[in-house]
Design a protein around this ligand. Structure first.
Ligand code: MG
Length: 305
């Protein structure tokens, strides 16, 4: 395992991607969750998204959440935006790091935003330009990168072509999202490999779901290729929108627990992240899927009875 990265950069997406797929909670609860996460050592937090409240009522209070949190030095906070209008709102609110999302699957993109992938990419070029104009960075997240709930498998060539267009338009990095939890290790290796062949200089972030139990296996496959930028969600917050009751995002504390034991640094204090997961569970009022939250770290011992 000598080729593994020495450290990875983790983006905590629980407050945005996680809560977006949970029953709505109060603004104060969202602020409390972000504040707890800001003290775990995690260095990036996707805090909110600026979407139309009719589309995603869970994020209607993005401005209030953003102004309510404690901004901890050393933590980078970012916002997800669906379009130019959302980008304008995020930049206006003072974010200097935004993510914009497009689906590699035409059908999925049309279902989400009523336009083709190509049409979304045209607008994303403007989003990138706007962000740069305001001295902000813009990552383009390609969703359904390992499969679409309507079309099934999405060809790797198609996913890489969508990413390539965003790179040419100036995206600061590319995220690949396993929206449907269809990725497996060889599919991760295939996509990362083709992406690097086509766009060798592009930074790549990976966002895995554990819908079918392959989340951390996919992380391992990516680590072995030297990928060092991952998303994860505290407690595994956020279900899978296409499989009711199923698990969605991989849990941050599970990722930290595994990679730290492999000698890969995350900067995250595992016990603090488990504490934040416990808090997340309390705030959403349901049992979260994280197994490390249930069992504790592998070094936890019990008193001799
Ligand atoms: Mg997700």
């Amino acid at each position: 395992m000598s080729d593994l990265p020495e450290r990875i950069s983790l983006r905590e997406v629980g407050p945005r991607d996680g809560l977006q797929n949970e029953d709505p909670i109060s603004t104060a609860s969202k602020v409390a969750l972000i504040d707890a996460l800001s003290h775990t050592g995690v260095q990036r937090i996707e805090a909110v998204s600026f979407v139309h409240p009719r589309a995603i009522p869970q994020m209607a209070d993005a401005d209030e959440v953003w102004s309510g949190i404690e901004r901890v030095p050393g933590v980078r906070y970012s916002a997800l935006v669906p379009n130019l209008r959302g980008a304008e709102r995020a930049l206006q609110a003072g974010f200097d790091e935004i993510e914009v999302v497009v689906s590699a699957s035409d059908t999925h993109n049309r279902k989400n935003v009523n336009r083709s992938t190509e049409e979304s990419l045209d607008e994303i070029a403007q989003v990138i330009a706007l962000a740069h104009d305001r001295a902000a960075t813009c990552q383009v997240i390609v969703s359904t990168a390992w499969g679409c709930p309507y079309e099934g498998d999405v060809p790797v060539s198609r996913v890489v072509a969508v990413a390539g267009r965003a790179v040419r338009d100036g995206a600061d990095s590319i995220g690949f999202g396993d929206t449907t939890g269809m990725a497996t290790p060889p599919r991760v290796t295939a996509l990362v490999g083709e992406m690097r062949m086509a766009n060798p200089d592009a930074g790549v972030n990976l966002h895995f779901h554990n819908t079918r139990g392959t989340g951390l296996a996919n992380v391992l496959a990516a680590l072995q290729l030297g990928v060092s930028d991952f998303d994860a969600s505290v407690g595994g917050l956020g279900g899978c929108p296409y499989a009711p009751g199923a698990t969605g995002n991989i849990a941050t504390e599970e990722l930290v627990h595994m990679v730290e034991d492999m000698g890969v640094a995350t900067g995250v204090d595992l016990e603090a992240m488990i504490g934040a997961a416990r808090e997340a569970e309390r705030l959403v009022g349901r049992t979260l899927p994280s197994q490390v939250l249930r069992a504790g770290p592998r070094t936890r011992t019990i008193p001799v009875g």
